[in-house]
Ligand binder design. Sequence first.
Ligand code: ADP
Ligand code: MG
Length: 325
Amino acid sequence: MAEFDLIRRLQQIICESPETRFKPVLGIGDDAAILEVPPEHQLVVTTDTLLEGTHFFSNTSPRDLGHKALAVNLSDLAAMGAEPAWFFLALTLPELNSGWLDEFALGIAGLASDSGIHLAGGDTTSGPLSVTITAMGLVEQGGALTRSGAVEGDLVAISGTLGDAALAVSLLQSGATPEKASLEALNHPEPRLELGQRLRGLATSCIDISDGLVADLGHILKQSGVGADIQLADLPFSEILENVGEAERWDYQLTGGDDYELCFTIAPTRLAEMERIMIDIGLPLTVIGRITHTEQLALKTPSGGVYHPAGRAYEHFALPIGGTS
Ligand code: ADP
Ligand code: MG
């Protein structure tokens, strides 16, 4: 398989998904793409690389890899409240294997079609397996969500549940085989695109949880110049973590990462609007704490103590905000 055939194959599989809302003026096939940003809109752009051995295990299936490479980028667009429009795919492959490529492209195509994002170009090189996607979304002028708007008294909320993917990583690292549902959480995250867009004009700040709640909420706190009290008893978890001890579960939930849920803040007066969204989109949204003026993140145990999670993220982010991180 030659490079030209590879690009054509990707184009056939990924671009053949149903009409997307924002077709490129000029897509794959020229030296660069031409994209038209609709009037009164702004472009929201993000890029993320998945490198074999660092971001995914070598035995990850090509289909899961394709899905996840796009999902982590869409999760960033979701956190900004953007509507997906176009993406670029920079692929480094050790060899040109058409069976592998078709599976990989199908993994991307499913999510691209579901989220209405259009492949507009990319780059192909040979070398150690790595996938870099650049995703572009649209928001109305000034409408994007950011990390910097949380104020004292706001409620802190998250979507879905936390910790499932971290359990899978922990088991895989110890040579054990995680249950199917736990592996699914790790390999097949669903970016919360609809939620992100519905939170525009409602959330005062928003971030996607890729590095664990403590680290990512920590970014909101630092960039907003505030602190938070989080109630560990209120952290939602799925049945996957039901039989895991409390402290171990908290550690997966707080510092595990790979959740790709949204963490956001809202004024307490707007809680009913959040509940409306939860019903409309059928995704659990849970209030887990409150923004304080202390510039510290306090993790409160059910008995009223303060919890210090094991794990690296804690070292950097549970210190007073503005500390060593
Ligand atoms: P150039 O040499 O001018 O950079 P390329 O031969 O790399 O052009 O790319 C030709 C076309 O194919 C461009 O439109 C580019 O965006 C697209 N392309 C190359 N690799 C990929 C890829 N992995 N996925 C999608 N499009 C790609
Ligand atoms: Mg060129």
